[in-house]
Design a binder for this molecule. Structure first.
Ligand SMILES: Nc1nc2c(c(=O)[nH]1)N[C@H]1C(S)=C(S)[C@@H](COP(=O)(O)OP(=O)(O)OC[C@H]3O[C@@H](n4cnc5c(N)ncnc54)[C@H](O)[C@@H]3O)O[C@H]1N2
Ligand code: MOO
Length: 401
């Protein structure tokens, strides 16, 4: 059995980012840039007014002065002339500041009369003008390679007048659930059968991680059927199997894929739940063999599949973020497997949350996992801890799963 950290390092080392493709702006959200976004203009493109008022020459715009209003400059309609001595131009937010003017007199600080404006508050030079290029300049790399694009980034690229983005292709992940006993939700359940929850949960988790899930038909516990189904997944960036990972006579994933050219990198991790995880390669396609127990499959996905998706998407691939919490119950001494206890998080003293493990931690219990807010981390050999002790947890809400 290898450690969680070593397993993650070996998985990440075996993966590379998908090739780049060019997508229109709206399709870029959540994708990772393969090339920087360079601004194609200055923003703002000229000196513009930040307020509704009058474009003036600050030296003359002193309280009590009266100026001739010689035109208007609404946004999108620059004033064609220049502001000369004793003159002002009516201007609106976003309007280009006409040549000659060097400040904006706020309309609240002015008294308008036909053709004229009286200054009521002295104006400082430069006041209420957004300078050309205040936000960014043409040619500037506003978004770097390797960035996962947020809604804010999409807005920034649009503002930079960039309609297309070079991003890594969303990783295509094949999902293969195995087992004679499993049926799709809603289908007739065979005698002794159960409903397959894993494929659906994994597809959703893969979407949350920025991947493109491809759910393959369920393969029965039959080497040929598993091999045939897995072959169909060769076009994927990663094949995820679930079930058949352990040591039982019907745990066929390794034996079925062997003749198809499967090479094993490692099998079994010193962790709970999820010990019998498989990592290897079927030809060029990496294969992550998750255990069949639903909680084990999903906890392993949090620890290994989400970082793998990051790596395939063009990011380095990081372990899930952890935070400090206080134990909401005494925790027993841990054995040699890294434990991940499903727990509730509640607000605690001084902003530190309290994490209370569910009393039963069986790896078949989906309701407990669905209600959990966090996984309490218990390192191999960790000593028993009293209630209130400081612990480390993975908050699940952050992950969007
Ligand atoms: N003698 C031993 N037995 C087991 C060991 C062991 O070390 N020695 N490891 C246990 C651990 S830990 C786990 S985890 C499981 C993993 O087993 P498999 O990956 O081979 O999974 P299966 O045997 O196929 O199924 C286990 C369990 O999960 C249910 N299952 C399977 N697929 C799905 C699905 N798509 N959706 C929902 N539930 C699913 C299945 O019905 C079984 O109940 O092995 C232990 N045994
Ligand atoms: O370690 Mo297995 O994943 O508990 O049931």
């Amino acid at each position: 059995m290898i450690s969680v950290e070593e397993a993650r390092a070996r998985i990440l080392a075996a993966l590379a980012a998908t090739p780049a493709e060019t997508v229109p702006l709206p399709a870029g959200w959540g994708r990772v840039l393969a090339q920087p976004v360079q601004a194609r203009l200055d923003q703002p493109p000229a000196d513009v007014s930040a307020m509704d008022g009058y474009a003036v020459r600050a030296a003359e715009a002193v309280a009590g002065a009266s100026l001739a209003v010689i035109g208007t400059a609404p946004a999108g309609h620059p004033f064609p002339g220049e502001v000369g001595p004793g003159e002002a131009v009516r201007i609106f937010t976003g309007g280009f500041v006409p040549p000659g003017a060097d400040a904006i007199l706020l309309q609240e600080d002015a008294e308008a009369s036909p053709g004229r404006v009286q200054v009521q508050e002295t104006v400082r030079p430069g006041r209420w003008i957004r300078r050309r290029g205040l936000d960014f300049a043409a040619g500037e790399a506003v978004l770097p390679t390797g960035r996962r694009l947020t809604a804010r980034d999409i807005g920034l690229a649009a503002a930079a007048n960039v309609p297309w983005l070079a991003v890594h292709r969303a990783p295509r992940i094949g999902i293969l659930a195995t087992g004679d006993e499993i049926a799709l939700p809603g289908d007739p359940i065979p005698p002794g059968g159960i409903v397959s929850s894993n494929a659906h949960a994994l597809a959703a988790l893969i979407r949350a991680g920025g991947g493109d899930p491809l759910v393959l038909p369920i393969a029965p516990d039959d080497s040929q059927a598993i091999a045939a189904a897995a072959t169909a997944a060769r076009a994927c960036d990663l094949l995820v199997t679930t079930g058949g990972a352990s040591v039982g006579d019907h745990d066929l994933v390794q034996s079925a894929l062997g003749p198809q050219g499967f090479t094993l990198d490692f099998w079994k991790i010193a962790m709970r739940p999820g010990k019998p995880l498989i990592w290897g390669r079927l030809g060029a396609t990496p294969v992550l063999g998750l255990p069949g127990n639903p909680v084990s499959a999903l906890v392993c996905s949090v620890l290994f599949l989400l970082p793998a998706l990051e790596r395939l998407s063009g990011l380095p691939g990081a372990p899930p973020r952890t935070i400090r919490a206080l134990a909401g119950a005494p925790l027993p001494e841990n054995d040699r497997r890294f434990d991940h206890l499903r727990a509730r998080l509640e607000p605690g003293p001084e902003g530190v949350p309290v994490a209370t493990p569910f009393p039963v931690q069986d790896s078949s219990m989906m309701k407990t996992l669905a209600r959990a807010d966090a996984l309490i981390l218990r390192a191999p050999g960790a000593a028993a801890l009293p209630e209130g002790a400081s612990i480390e947890v993975i908050p699940l809400g952050d992950l969007g799963i």
